[in-house]
Every structure is written in structure tokens, then in C-alpha cells.
Write a protein that binds this ligand. Structure first.
Ligand SMILES: Cc1cc2nc3c(=O)[nH]c(=O)nc-3n(C[C@H](O)[C@H](O)[C@H](O)COP(=O)(O)O)c2cc1C
Length: 211
């Protein structure tokens, strides 16, 4: 199966358009696009799951919008251990977890993962990649043959190295072009702004994913 490499600068619509044009120029051999085109003809749509982790709500707001736009099911990752309320203490704990390659225990599982063809993976950028909760999650299921669509909120590092980590964790999945949206860590939820919401709907439209 062909794996689509994500562009690093994926909030730029032009680069996404180029990406999709490039996909089309290689003979429409992109599994997801072909599947979606077939689905539109047969009415047999892909089953979609939005998974996300969010500490302060910015990623959650994006996940909810993606769910509404695609008609997906949704699953929130939660860890059995908590993080401190204070930001700096949280970043320290998260850094330790990353350095120790820790796998947090999650409070829930997706019992019917086999049913889903497309899995959105949404996370705040934590120290240049996904929170370790997603490492636990992605190692818990077989994503071979599935399509993974990353999105993250961040404060400058965009997707960081998260797409490379996704490729390592899910080597037999197709990973589509990800979206990086500016978030916040001071209690504000900025991903509900009109600009942010437009960026999300443009991205979904360009991926060709519909509910
Ligand atoms: C533990 C931790 C580590 C972070 N590391 C980064 C980082 O490396 N780069 C970055 O741009 N933002 C970083 N941030 C900021 C978050 O990615 C940003 O505030 C995000 O929008 C929060 O999403 P949420 O509201 O869904 O929790 C970090 C935040 C936390 C709590």
C-alpha cells in the first residue's frame, strides 16, 4: 500500500492543493480518494472515527467540528493519571513522560475499531509531538489498511515531528495531509474563531471527506 507523506506546513491551503493535485497526477492511486469516489457512486460511505486528546479544550473544539462535518463517531482519550492544573508543572510532567517513553494508561477503549476505515487523530502539540496518551492508543490497535488523518493545535511548533511518529506507530496505514491550527494554553479557546473554523472546513473539503 502506498503511504502519503504529509507536508510539514499543512495549514497552507496552497500546499494542500498541490498535495492533492500531486496525488491525482499519480493516476488516482490514492486509496482513500478512490474509495471515497466509489462511495459517492454507491452510497457506501467510509466509516469515520474522530479520536482526540485535549487538556484545555482547543483540540476538543476542532474534533467536535470535524465530527459535525463528517458525521463521524468520536472518542476522547483520557489518562487514568491526571496532570497538574498549573501549565509549567504540566509541561514538566509531559517532558518527563516523553523522555521516559512512558505509556499512560487510558480510561477507555474503542471496542469496534475494526469497523472504521478513516481515523482522525487530534492532539495538542506537546514537546513537538503527540501527548504520550496517543502512543498508548495507537499501539493498542491494528491500523493496517486504514486511513489516518492528523490534526493538531499548537503554539508555534505546528505538527512538529508528530507525523513521523504516526508513520512509525502505524506503518501500514495511509496518512493523509494533516492540519495544524493555532491554539492556546492560557485558558482561552481560540479554535472556535471564524478563521479557525473556516480552515477546518476547507481542509475537510479538500481531503474530500464528507458525512
Ligand atoms: C505539556 C505541554 C507541552 C507543549 N508543548 C508545545 C510545543 O512543543 N510546541 C507548541 O507549539 N506548543 C506546545 N504546547 C502548547 C499546546 O500545544 C497548545 O496550547 C494547544 O493548543 C493546547 O491544546 P488543548 O487546549 O486542546 O489542550 C504545549 C502545551 C503543553 C500543556
Amino acid at each position: 500500500m502506498m503511504t502519503i507523506k504529509s507536508s510539514k506546513d499543512t495549514t497552507k491551503l496552497n500546499s494542500r492543493r498541490s498535495f492533492l493535485k500531486a496525488a491525482a497526477s499519480i493516476g488516482l492511486s490514492v486509496p482513500f480518494l478512490m474509495k471515497n469516489a466509489q462511495a459517492q457512486q454507491t452510497g457506501d460511505q467510509s466509516k469515520i472515527l474522530v479520536t482526540y486528546y485535549s487538556r484545555t479544550g482547543n483540540t476538543r473544539a476542532v474534533a467536535e467540528q470535524v465530527r459535525k462535518l463528517t458525521g463521524a463517531d468520536i472518542f476522547e482519550l483520557k489518562t487514568t493519571h491526571s496532570y497538574p492544573a498549573e501549565y509549567r508543572a504540566t509541561t514538566d510532567q509531559a517532558k518527563r513522560e516523553q523522555q521516559e517513553n512512558f505509556r499512560p494508561t487510558l480510561t477507555g477503549t474503542v471496542s469496534n475499531m475494526a469497523d472504521y476505515d478513516v481515523i482522525f487523530v487530534g492532539y495538542p502539540n506537546w514537546w513537538a509531538t503527540m501527548p504520550m496518551a496517543f502512543f498508548t492508543f495507537l499501539e493498542s490497535y491494528d491500523f493496517a489498511g486504514k486511513t489516518i488523518v492528523p490534526f493538531c493545535t499548537h503554539e508555534g511548533s505546528r505538527l512538529g515531528r508528530s507525523v513521523e511518529d504516526l508513520e512509525t506507530l502505524c506503518p501500514d496505514a495511509t496518512i493523509l495531509s494533516g492540519l495544524a491550527l493555532r491554539g492556546a494554553s492560557d485558558g482561552r479557546i481560540v479554535t472556535t474563531s471564524a478563521d479557525a473554523q473556516n480552515a477546518v472546513s476547507d481542509w475537510i473539503a479538500e481531503l474530500g471527506i464528507s458525512g
